[in-house]
Each structure stands twice: as structure tokens, then as C-alpha cells.
Design a protein around this ligand. Structure first.
Ligand code: HXC
Length: 512
């Protein structure tokens, strides 16, 4: 056999990972192989593999280990829509994608290259965890990856797709990365699995209920995207990357955009006259942003706040918006954390922010207080205050109390604050205010209900509007809703070269 033929036969063997039987078994589970996933993820023909022939130590802790080229992970680089990315894709057909020391070393090498060359890192996870035969060295391998994930945070975008098991300490690498995507029915994440849960807490729960995609998309918020299948998951990654720069020194790609009539008359009728009537803030977002450009993040978690990427005149923005259609758009613990984390991603990667406000306040109750709405609400306040990217606020309706301050008010560094004429910017809603300041007068009147209604009407007339805030300069302009998109396009253009010098410090101390 010639040297070249020898190489070709080695490559052919590597392509089979753990062998055809295991590939068939992977397919039977409705899963793709590590290489098939990369083929879908990267631009056609762009993948350059590194480390194809790395293999494990033959002598394991307890047994001889069979050797497979690549050792359970395919690593390298390629392009997505022509932009460089670094990738690793765990191969479940080799020891269940479990992590050995050489497997970890391959991932670390890719991470180092991604950092040195300033390009995103994408990890496709499908692994039984630490390679049991290797013992403690595989733990060291995990820690090496966690350390690199942490150092890369805020420098390059990091995206994790969970396409099979991800259990034990292994969950902490995806958890440190910027975005997690999970595939419904074939992936799960948990620190301890159903058996341990049963032993310790006597709870009976399936893997899917404990840590499946729907669970983490709706209950824990661990995953940002729950995808119906692997192909949808991979498409989602490609789409997501389109809003991001390559690294923290870079700007997000600008998409072609033909300017036209930017007036959006539908906005004039979108806010109901009755302030207690809900409406869908996503309809407002659709009018303000470029057609079909909105990509919602964390769609099924803490739905009282909306976060996601969109484009305005071809440029990426990050949106944080109260959702009056869910719990009246109130801020609670989960909503605050969701908004804060997204804000920090956008700020780290130079993506301007748009904050849409219709918020009655923070959610009252023992559950919220005892679980730390103070600390958690402060996260959103901190994140929006520290963000130095261009920040524009549009108050569509209510902005009450502390929530007014938190939701990107002028006072915490918003660059432009617009309000719709329907906006109500005040310490609290008219009814609550009247009940406190006119309590004695209402109690003493012959007809408390009538007197109360009169006072509420008077308070509403005098205080529930945007003009008092505009008089003080807290609102830059009260705008006719249909003009808002034009204002935003011009506003972001005006803020394009914004520079803010922060006080010298090692790093802030966000209330975690
Ligand atoms: C070595 C492993 C492995 C592992 C699976 N395999 N997990 N080999 N180390 N951790 C191998 C199996 O022996 C099998 O080999 C092949 O992978 C496929 O596994 P199956 O069990 O047949 O697949 P499936 O039924 O789909 O079950 C998948 C699984 C299960 C749920 C992941 O294999 C499992 O429970 N594995 C052990 C998980 C675990 O306890 N990991 C260690 C956790 S501790 P063959 O040759 O038959 O194909 C940990 C600590 C991390 O991860 C700490 C970080 C700080």
C-alpha cells in the first residue's frame, strides 16, 4: 500500500467513528452523527478538521480501551455564511462521546485557536460524561475546558447545542457559554440523574421531565432555545450567529437594507385606550424592526419579558421589552435575570439595545421577596446601568415606580428616551396613589366609591401621562407612534460612534 493509500484508509476508518453498528444505533435514536451535524452546520466544503488521528490511552484505569481515531470528538474550523467559526462535535459512537484526556485536549486546542483568532466557538454536545476508564484525568480535562470557557466569556461568542446526554459536571461548560440550544426528546441536561434523585429525594421523574429541552426552556431557563429536531437546532445556530460580531472588538454584520417609507401607521392603534387592557408587545416589535428580523431568545421562559435580536435598517440590535400580554408585563425574579443576562451579552458584543417599556412595577408577594427579588431585580438594573452600547428606550404605556428607573431610564444612562402619548410615567398607578394619599378623605366622604372614582380620574388626568417626565427632560421626545421607527433609525445612526469611558476597575460586582 502506498503512503497515500495508507493515509486514505486511515481517514476512511476515522470517518466511521465507533463503527457502522454504532452509527446505525445513533440513527435509530433519531440522532445524527457528529460529522453529519458539522456538515449541516458549516458552509458546504468549508470544514477543516484538526486532530483526526488523536486517540486515547490504550491502558485505562480498569480495562484495556479499544482505540478509535479522533477519540470521540471531531474538532476544527469552518465558515458559516462565509464567517470563520471554530467547532467541536462530540461523537457518541465512540465510548458514548465520553470525555477522555485527549478528547478534552482537542477541545481546548480549538478553544485556544478561537480566542487567539477572535472567532466564535460552537460546541455540539452529545456525551456520556467523564470517560469512566480514565478516572481523574478526565475530570482535569473538564476543568481545563471550564477555565477556557470562562476566559473566553465576553471575548468571543460561545454557543452550545445539546444533542444527547449532558450530565453531571459536564453541564457546566454549556452553562458558562452565551447560548444553549437543546433538541426536544433526544437531549437532556442535569447535574444528577433520575436514579440519584430517587435515592436522595424519593422523587420519581423521567430524564425528559427532569432535564429535557421543554423543561429547561420553560421551567429553569437553562436553555435559550428548544428545537424540534437536530436540523432545526443547527439552522437556529446559523441564524443566531448572523446577529453577532466575531469578537468583542468587532461589529455585527450589517445586512443589505433598502430604505423606504419607514412610517408605521399600525402603531397608532396598537396601544389600547383602557390602560388595563393587554396587548402583544411582539406586534410593536414587528412594526419597529426590519421585516422578519426578530429572533426571540428564551421564548418560553419568563414570558412577561421579551428578549431577542432584530435588525433596524440592516443593523443588529438587542431588544428587552416588557410583555403586557403576560402578567401585565410585571417584573419578577425570572424576568429580571432573563433581561439582565441578555443585556450583558449585547453589551459585551457591541450590539445596541432597544428597551420597550410597559411595566406596572415589580411583582409583590412572599414568594418573590423570600426568593430574592431584591437581589435579582438589581441584576437588571445593574446590567442596563453598566451597558455602554447605544441604548434607546421607548415607553409605550406604563412606567411606574422602581421599574421605571430599572427599564433603561434616562437616569441610568439611556441615550434617547421616547414615549408614546399613551405613556403613564409616575410613582405608581392612579388607583394605588389615590388610595394612599386620599385615604382619609375617601373614608370620610358619604359615598367613598364615587369620591374614589373622581379622585382617580383627576389623578389620571394630571399625572398619568408622559408630559411631566418630558418637562423634566427625562423623556427626550413624546412621539407619534407611527414615527417611532424613523426615530430609531436616526437615533442609532447618531449613536454609531458612541464612546463611554468607564471608571478604572478590575470588574464590577453584579449582584449574583
Ligand atoms: C465510557 C461510556 C460512558 C462513559 C457511555 N459509554 N458512557 N464509556 N465512559 N462515561 C459507552 C457505553 O459503554 C457504550 O459503549 C456506549 O458508550 C453507548 O452507551 P449506552 O449506554 O449503550 O447508550 P445509551 O443507552 O444511549 O445510554 C447513554 C448514557 C449511558 C445515558 C449516557 O451510557 C450512561 O449512563 N453512561 C454513564 C454516564 C455517567 O455516569 N458518566 C459519568 C458521569 S460523572 P459500547 O461499547 O457498548 O458502544 C461525570 C463527571 C463530570 O461525567 C465531572 C466534570 C467536572
Amino acid at each position: 500500500m502506498s503512503k497515500i493509500q495508507e493515509l486514505q484508509s486511515k481517514i476512511a476508518a476515522a470517518m466511521l467513528g465507533g463503527g457502522q453498528v454504532r452509527i446505525d444505533s445513533q440513527h435509530k435514536k433519531g440522532k445524527l452523527t457528529a460529522r453529519e451535524r458539522l456538515q449541516l452546520l458549516l458552509d458546504e466544503g468549508s470544514f477543516e478538521e484538526l486532530g483526526m488521528f488523536v486517540h486515547n490511552r490504550n491502558k485505562g484505569l480498569t480495562t484495556e480501551q479499544e482505540q478509535f481515531p479522533g477519540d470521540g470528538v471531531v474538532t476544527g474550523f469552518g465558515t458559516i455564511n462565509g464567517r470563520l467559526v471554530y467547532v467541536f462535535s462530540q461523537d457518541f459512537t465512540v465510548y458514548g462521546g465520553s470525555l477522555s484526556e485527549p478528547h478534552a485536549r482537542k477541545i481546548c486546542r480549538i478553544m485556544d485557536l478561537a480566542m487567539e483568532n477572535g472567532a466564535p466557538l460552537i460546541g455540539l454536545n452529545d456525551s456520556g460524561g467523564a470517560r469512566i476508564q480514565e478516572g481523574v484525568v478526565s475530570l482535569a480535562g473538564y476543568a481545563d475546558i471550564f477555565y477556557r470557557n470562562t476566559r473566553a466569556s465576553g471575548v468571543i461568542p460561545q454557543i452550545s447545542a445539546i444533542m444527547g446526554p449532558c450530565a453531571g459536571g459536564a453541564v457546566y461548560s454549556p452553562a458558562i457559554t452565551d447560548f444553549i440550544l437543546m433538541v426536544e426528546n433526544t437531549s437532556y441536561m442535569f447535574v444528577t440523574g433520575p436514579n440519584v434523585v430517587k435515592t436522595v429525594t424519593h422523587e420519581e421523574v423521567t430524564s425528559e421531565d427532569l432535564g429535557g429541552a421543554r423543561t429547561h426552556a420553560t421551567k429553569s431557563g437553562v436553555t435559550h432555545f428548544s428545537c424540534s429536531n437536530e436540523v432545526a437546532c443547527i439552522q437556529n445556530i446559523r441564524q443566531l450567529l448572523g446577529y453577532m460580531p466575531q469578537n468583542c472588538e468587532d461589529a455585527a454584520p450589517v445586512y443589505p437594507y433598502e430604505s423606504g417609507n419607514e412610517n408605521r401607521p399600525a402603531l397608532n392603534n396598537m396601544i389600547p385606550e383602557n390602560p388595563n387592557q393587554p396587548y402583544d408587545m411582539k406586534e410593536v416589535i414587528a412594526e419597529l424592526t426590519d421585516a422578519d428580523s426578530f429572533l426571540e431568545v428564551h421564548k418560553d421562559f419568563a414570558e412577561n419579558i421579551i428578549v431577542g435580536f432584530a435588525r433596524i435598517a440592516g443593523r443588529s440590535i438587542g431588544i428587552v421589552a416588557n410583555q403586557p400580554a403576560v402578567l401585565a408585563g410585571v417584573l419578577d425574579i425570572h424576568a429580571s435575570v432573563k433581561g439582565a443576562r441578555f443585556t450583558r451579552f449585547c453589551d459585551a458584543f457591541n450590539i445596541p439595545l432597544l428597551v420597550l417599556v410597559d411595566v406596572p412595577g415589580f411583582l409583590p408577594g412572599t414568594d418573590q421577596e423570600w426568593n430574592g427579588i431584591i437581589t435579582n431585580g438589581a441584576k437588571l438594573l445593574f446590567a442596563l446601568s453598566e451597558a455602554t452600547v447605544p441604548k434607546i428606550t421607548v415607553t409605550t404605556r406604563k412606567a411606574y415606580g422602581g421599574a421605571y428607573c430599572v427599564m433603561n431610564s434616562k437616569h441610568i444612562g439611556a441615550d434617547l428616551n421616547f414615549a408614546f402619548p399613551q405613556a403613564e410615567i409616575a410613582v405608581m398607578g392612579p388607583k394605588g396613589a389615590v388610595e394612599i394619599i386620599y385615604k382619609k378623605e375617601i373614608d370620610a366622604s358619604g359615598s367613598p366609591e364615587t369620591r374614589m372614582n373622581e379622585l382617580v380620574a383627576d389623578y389620571t388626568e394630571r399625572f398619568a401621562n408622559p408630559y411631566l417626565a418630558a418637562e423634566k427632560g427625562y423623556i427626550d421626545e413624546v412621539v407619534t407612534p407611527e414615527e417611532t421607527r424613523t426615530r430609531l433609525i436616526r437615533g442609532y445612526k447618531m449613536l454609531e460612534n458612541k464612546v463611554v469611558n468607564m471608571p478604572r476597575k478590575k470588574h464590577g460586582n453584579i449582584p449574583l
